[in-house]
Write a protein that binds this ligand. Structure first.
Ligand code: URA
Ligand code: CA
Length: 443
């Protein structure tokens, strides 16, 4: 087989065989296939896409490029959750402990934030002492004891994805449904869970700005997981504004603690997405018959405080100080030299809050990384004061900033004002949840 012939075949829009796809992935990981050939191949994939069979073959070849995690010594259905990169998305820190409190086994390997989206690992590390680099044996012990642990992906999990993603990032080949689906699902499958709930975002702050594309991506991922004998369901959720109000690491931990303490109303979008993710997990695990049952279990885990206790215990078992994780103490995680409101320059109705810009503004304050080497300030970020559909008066706050380093403050403020669109008349507000894709929807 010659790589150039396979690139030519894909460039003509023809279907590659499993062997051919494995040849490319293995050759690239070994270093036999250079970056420029892989770049050309992935661009051909971006243009011509891939069939379901090709996408599955690509996912498997990637998955087996490194270690896979064996969770079989854990009892019951092993659950995992993945979101495709949101802004103000604190769902993992709330739903994982809630599902554990309902009897679920949540063994989650998570990624770091890059660019405008936050990463769960960075949020966890904003709690002093908390470690996310934990070896597999200890990870399994923690899940056994507490029902939930969230750690970083082990070094050698899907090396093919590390190498391919770095290349995609600089060759305009990120926004390809088969490449995103295989990237995400190879890591989820290698992480060993039996059942996976996905939260596929759509809107200005997401990989898939159009809803139809998000549905296609969700179907591709559910199809791959189902083919591999796993249970997979995907929510399609709106990213035309940040999901929660907080954007920043400790600030998002605070919002998760508020949710787990019952301080966030059930009408709140973050609450609703947490609930729906939890519902899918409990149903897939066989711990609830239907949505009504699942919701009442999750609600009970909030009301009893058991969800919060699972989060505290998880942090403790991962080396952190759980005493911060109470409504009384959570403010101690947030140490900033300056608070500041960003105010509205006109009155009207909030029609749109571009999540990507809000995420980037938080990043400018030090809450996120522009490059992998950047250091995060766990305390900084912002808390939104408005949502789409709200009315705002002149000089009323759009959001509150939590600041230490002021070097890019003006730039961040300007970007926030640009992100928030205000119209004279109230407009239509997008629903938070567009739908759920299950194994029934992939045929
Ligand atoms: N997240 C991933 O892990 N991979 C992608 O390709 C896109 C989002
Ligand atoms: Ca994420």
């Amino acid at each position: 087989m010659r790589t150039v012939d396979l690139i030519e075949k894909k460039a003509q829009g023809l279907e590659l065989s499993e062997d051919e796809i494995r040849f490319i992935v293995n050759g690239y990981v070994k270093g036999d296939i250079p970056d420029y050939q892989m770049s050309a191949f992935m661009m051909a994939v971006r243009w011509h896409s891939m069939s379901a069979k090709e996408t599955a073959a690509l996912t498997l070849a990637m998955m087996y490029s490194g270690d896979t995690v064996d969770l079989s010594m854990l009892p019951g259905v092993k659950l995992d959750k993945h979101s495709t990169g949101g802004v103000g998305d604190t769902t993992t820190l709330a739903v994982a402990p809630l599902v554990a409190a309902c009897g679920g086994t949540v063994a989650k390997m998570s990624g770091r934030g890059l660019g405008h989206t936050g990463g769960t690992l960075d949020k966890l590390e904003s709690i002093p002492g908390t470690k996310v680099e934990i070896d597999e044996d200890r990870f399994i012990e923690i899940v056994k004891e507490n029902g939930v642990a969230v750690i970083g992906q082990s070094q050698n999990l899907v090396p093919a994805d590390k190498k391919m993603y770095a290349l995609r990032d600089v060759t305009a080949t990120v926004r390809s449904i088969p490449l995103i689906a295989s990237s995400i699902m190879s890591k989820k499958l290698a992480s060993g869970a039996d059942a996976i709930v996905l939260d596929v975002k759509t809107g200005s702050g997401a990989f898939m700005s159009k809803k139809e594309d998000a549905v296609e991506l969700a179907k591709a991922m559910v199809r791959i997981g189902t083919l591999m004998g796993r249970k997979v369901r995907a929510l399609i959720t709106d990213m035309n504004q940040p999901l929660g109000m907080a954007v920043g690491n400790a600030l998002e931990v605070r919002e998760a603690v508020e949710l787990l303490s019952g301080k966030i109303p059930s009408t709140d979008p973050l609450y609703e997405v947490v609930m729906l993710l939890g519902v899918q997990m409990l149903i897939m695990a066989g711990l609830a018959e239907n949505e009504t049952d699942a919701r009442s279990s999750l609600k009970a885990a909030i009301d009893s405080g058991e969800g919060l206790r699972r989060l505290q215990k998880m942090v403790e078992l991962q080396g952190g100080d759980p005493s911060y994780l109470t409504m009384q103490n959570i403010h101690k995680l947030i140490n900033v030299s300056k608070h500041m409101d960003v105010t509205s320059r006109k009155a009207g109705y909030i029609s749109k809050i571009e999540a990507e810009k809000i995420g980037t503004a938080a990043q400018m304050l030090g809450a996120g990384r522009a490059t992998k080497a950047d250091v995060i300030d766990p305390s900084v970020g912002l808390v939104m004061k408005v949502r789409c559909g709200d009315h705002i008066n002149l000089d009323e706050p759009i959001c509150k900033l939590y600041v230490n380093d002021e070097s890019r403050l003006d730039e961040a403020v300007a970007l926030i004002r640009k992100a928030v669109h205000i119209t004279e008349e109230p407009g239509e507000v997008n629903p938070m949840i567009y739908g759920i894709i299950t194994e029934k929807d992939i045929l």
